[in-house]
Design a protein around this ligand. Structure first.
Ligand code: HEC
Ligand code: HEC
Ligand code: HEC
Ligand code: HEC
Ligand code: HEC
Length: 195
């Protein structure tokens, strides 16, 4: 009891809410009719068929942001204040995964890798899905301020339904940038985006 209390004491409100939901949502999914707004992430047997680059750990946005409704900014913490959205540190993951070990063998295997990376103090080398060439720059914070905190889907598609992130919209193509800047009457001088 004492160790459990210590562990729980270190968790954020989000982490705690998610942990309380785990037993229910994951365990009863097959038996209970799901409410209209709730999403149960599907079991996936063939990861080779998924779109997007394969990651060193099978981290699923459809489980974290979809089924457990974690806010994007819980992990991409600097998206509204910096050009870079931020990729979460292992510490963010371990806030839950010290406790959550996975409900089936696929999840257990992948979560073991998360814990191993933490023990070895080796940050996971995620494969980038989007990136611009160095002569162009994209400030996330300006866009989130102008388009709102839920604008992620405008450029990235519905990531909360993606088991593995893939690129939609040619989001890192100049034509995509310009089309919206024209529509919104935003600056289009070359020097706005190019160094
Ligand atoms: C707020 C709590 C929370 C945080 C933070 C969190 N997770 Fe999870 N994670 C969960 C829950 C709940 C599950 C579902 C476990 C289950 O299957 O029972 C899960 C499942 C997983 C799985 C197994 C997925 C599968 O295939 O079923 C992996 C891998 C994983 N998380 C990695 C991560 C990584 C990496 C991070 C940090 C970037 C992270 N998690 C952050 C709660 C969290
Ligand atoms: C539990 C933490 C967590 C949450 C919540 C989360 N993400 Fe992520 N996200 C990650 C991690 C870790 C990666 C790197 C691995 C990968 O690409 O799956 C990532 C990668 C991405 C990428 C690909 C970045 C690139 O170009 O390489 C996008 C886009 C993204 N997230 C958008 C979102 C959006 C939109 C939401 C909310 C709907 C969200 N994320 C919620 C942890 C999280
Ligand atoms: C107007 C389009 C647009 C919007 C809106 C947008 N992004 Fe992005 N995002 C991009 C582009 C373009 C890149 C590639 C940037 C680069 O390479 O410098 C990117 C890259 C990323 C990355 C990868 C960064 C890295 O360091 O690996 C993450 C994570 C991400 N976005 C998350 C989000 C989240 C979360 C939101 C919503 C809160 C969001 N984005 C809203 C266009 C957008
Ligand atoms: C969905 C619409 C949309 C898309 C797509 C979009 N932008 Fe923007 N962008 C905006 C808006 C709106 C602003 C104005 C923000 C403000 O007023 O601060 C803006 C502002 C900017 C600024 C700052 C302009 C200044 O005056 O300093 C830069 C730089 C920029 N965008 C680059 C890009 C790049 C690069 C891309 C493509 C990778 C892109 N944008 C895609 C809507 C968009
Ligand atoms: C709203 C942002 C934005 C504006 C404004 C903009 N660009 Fe771009 N441009 C980009 C992005 C992002 C890329 C990289 C993706 C690509 O190659 O399509 C790019 C790529 C390019 C490339 C291709 C370079 C290569 O590697 O092949 C050239 C050339 C270019 N821009 C010239 C211009 C000129 C000239 C202007 C002014 C008339 C301009 N751009 C205005 C965002 C912008």
């Amino acid at each position: 009891m004492r160790t459990m209390a210590l562990v729980v004491g270190g968790l954020s409100a989000t982490a705690l809410a998610v942990l309380l939901a785990v037993g229910g949502a994951r365990g009863q999914a097959q038996h209970t009719k799901t409410a209209a707004d709730s999403v149960t992430a599907p079991a996936i047997s063939d990861t080779g068929a998924l779109k997007g680059p394969r990651q060193p750990i099978f981290f699923r946005h459809d489980i974290h942001a979809g089924q457990f409704k974690m806010q994007c900014q819980y992990c991409h913490y600097s998206v509204a204040v910096s050009p870079e959205p931020g990729i979460p540190s292992m510490q963010t993951c371990m806030g839950c995964h010290l406790v959550v070990s996975g409900s089936d063998s696929a999840a257990k295997t992948e979560i073991k890798k998360v814990r191993q990376a933490w023990t070895d103090k080796k940050p996971v080398e995620w494969v980038r899905v989007h990136y611009l060439p160095r002569h162009a720059h994209f400030p996330h914070q300006r866009h989130i301020k102008a388009l709102g905190p839920n604008a992620c889907t405008t450029c990235h598609g519905d990531v909360s339904r993606m088991p593995q992130v893939f690129k939609v919209n040619n989001v890192d193509n100049m034509g995509f940038c310009i089309t919206c800047h024209v529509e919104r009457k935003v600056a289009r001088d070359c020097s706005v985006c190019h160094y």
